[in-house]
Design a protein around this ligand. Structure first.
Ligand SMILES: Nc1ncnc2c1ncn2[C@@H]1O[C@H](COP(=O)(O)OP(=O)(O)OP(=O)(O)O)[C@@H](O)[C@H]1O
Ligand SMILES: [Mg+2]
Length: 219
């Protein structure tokens, strides 16, 4: 399905669930299309069925597609529930995972936001620790996954990147977070993040061990 088809189909759903009539497209990725009516943000999950990542997951975890999908939905719901009880500063307000006619979507309060351009280490550290407390880790450390809501860092790319906590993967995961914060404008950040897995002597990782000290209880 091409980009315009995905936007058009997702828009039909948003028109049925939005609070207000004026609907604006905010963006899309592989797993969802995002809109707002300037009251709420709606992320329609339309991409899971076609994501090749799930083939690896099926192999890695020995789970079929439906089990993987249900485990993602469970983790998003668990995050939303915990957030509603004790709000996490790094998540948008009033976040809910909803199913409408078999279509899953995430809904949260709309706030004007600007791109994340790196930094905000203490917020990222807090996010990693909070997720760890829920036995989760975040697999999508890239600047586009975050936005600044009036000077407050918020994670917006919520979905399949919410992974089960895996001790053997946490160190590389923290390297990815570190590189995202300090090398957000690197022309090939993705490559750098991949390379860091097998080369902890990368000059861009200078300062990483100091960063790691903050996670003594996790790693
Ligand atoms: N609250 C928001 N405000 C403004 N723009 C947003 C917001 N949420 C998402 N976007 C835009 O929509 C894009 C896609 O959102 P998101 O990252 O949630 O989709 P995705 O399908 O999960 O992406 P990926 O394939 O990278 O995981 C973002 O990169 C951003 O440009
Ligand atoms: Mg995503």
């Amino acid at each position: 399905m091409d980009t315009l088809d995905r936007i058009e189909i997702a828009l039909q759903t948003v028109k049925k669930i939005a609070f207000k009539q004026e609907i604006t497209y905010l963006g899309m990725g592989r797993e969802g299309v995002v809109f707002t009516d300037f009251f709420k943000v709606y992320k329609i999950f339309d991409g899971w069925e076609t994501m090749s990542e799930f083939d690896n997951w099926q192999e890695m975890f020995g789970m079929d597609f439906n089990s993987i999908k249900n485990s993602i939905i469970d983790r998003i719901r668990m995050l939303c529930e915990n957030h509603s009880k004790t709000p996490f500063s790094w998540l948008p307000n009033k976040m809910e995972m909803i199913c409408f006619s078999g279509i899953y979507f995430l809904r949260y309060e709309y706030v004007y936001s600007t791109p994340y351009t790196g930094g905000f280490s203490s917020n990222i550290v807090q996010m990693i620790k909070d997720l760890c407390g829920l036995q989760m880790m975040y697999g999508g450390f890239k600047p586009d996954s975050f936005r600044m809501f009036s000077n407050q860092l918020k994670l917006v790319d919520i979905g399949y990147d919410l992974r089960p906590f895996l001790k053997k993967a946490i160190c590389h995961n923290l390297q990815r977070a570190f590189l995202m914060m300090y090398w957000a404008d690197h022309p090939n950040l993705r490559h750098l993040q991949r390379a860091s897995k097998n080369d902890s002597s990368l000059p861009e990782l200078s300062g990483f061990y100091k960063f790691l000290e903050q996670f003594g209880d996790i790693i």
